[in-house]
Design a protein around this ligand. Sequence first.
Ligand code: NDP
Ligand code: GDP
Length: 324
Amino acid sequence: MKALITGITGQDGAYLAELLLSKGYEVHGLARRSSTADVNLTRLKWLGIEDDVRIVDGNLRDLSGLIRTMRDVKPDEVYNLAAQSFVRSSWQQPILTGEVTAMGVTHVLEALRIERPDARFYQASSSEMYGLIQEVEQSEATPFYPRSPYAVAKLYGHWITVNYRESFGMHASSGILFNHESPLRGIEFVTRKVTDGVARIKLGMADELRLGNIDAKRDWGHSKDYVRAMWLMLQQETPDDYVIATGRTTTVRDMCRIAFEHASLVMDDHLVIDPDLFRPAEVDVLLGDPAKAREKLGWEATISLDTMIREMVDADLERLKPTR
Ligand code: NDP
Ligand code: GDP
């Protein structure tokens, strides 16, 4: 089996590549050319798989390149993980976010429709699409109400995936994934900002950690669990949409406390609330209902928030500790 992962240099791309390699797949990854290509492959290097995947030069904004990639690689499964994925940046770069995170999905689907219409397709949709939540627990049936340019773009990506499935009979599935983290999470996201900040304070490299809205609540899981759900979706006879979540929600404050306590530090001695870090529109609370994934995919989250945050603090301590 041959898989193509867009966004292979990201957090999920790296873990998904690792999973597919362990299942015997030939793994190709689309990565955008950069003058710092060595840095871009950091996550794959971290997992020790950088020599096992085949990197294809490409960009989600470039349709002709994607068509060529589908023709050359001839993938059986395509996982579209590439996106401008940071909510806060999407207010700063709304047009780019729309071009990559929304229209980029159509580019990948078009390239597939032209070159590999029978390949199976996974779209990385997001719980951010629920935004101003319309139900306490969000399921596949909950109406969407996006609250950022990122979420609006993801909503387009979700519906165009549904539409290509219904219009052209493509095996296209959309995973509505709630927040998921790991030691490979981008440093701008709140969990990793916290675990990196705590590690710096512990090592005497910093004294404070500045955060915005710590009353926000998220349903946080581990990326390793979530990439398994992506693969399971594409193994089903029929394509469909699935919520992937833990079914538990926690405030940023309580998540932060886990990190400080793991490092034997007192959170209130170091945490500073910075009004500049509040967002123009907030998603106050997210809580997913993963019942359908449990029943149809036999999937459930296996790694708790506590375990994950401790793993992330330990990884950041290791990364930052002086080498002598
Ligand atoms: P990351 O931000 O870690 O990875 C994003 C990837 O997209 C990177 O490989 C990046 O490449 C690539 N990319 C960005 N722009 C382009 C472009 N124009 N052309 C090609 N590649 C591009 O995200 P995650 O791994 O955390 O998430 C994977 C997907 O899942 C994303 O679509 C995200 O929006 C979505 N998602 C994530 C959730 C989460 O909690 N992690 C929750 C729900 C959905 P580069 O390395 O060059 O920047
Ligand atoms: P998101 O859910 O995709 O936006 O993931 P993030 O990890 O970026 O943010 C999760 C929540 O943490 C949001 O409600 C943010 O407003 C909140 N938050 C509070 N302080 C910060 C901060 O300093 N950085 C980030 N990224 N988020 C913060």
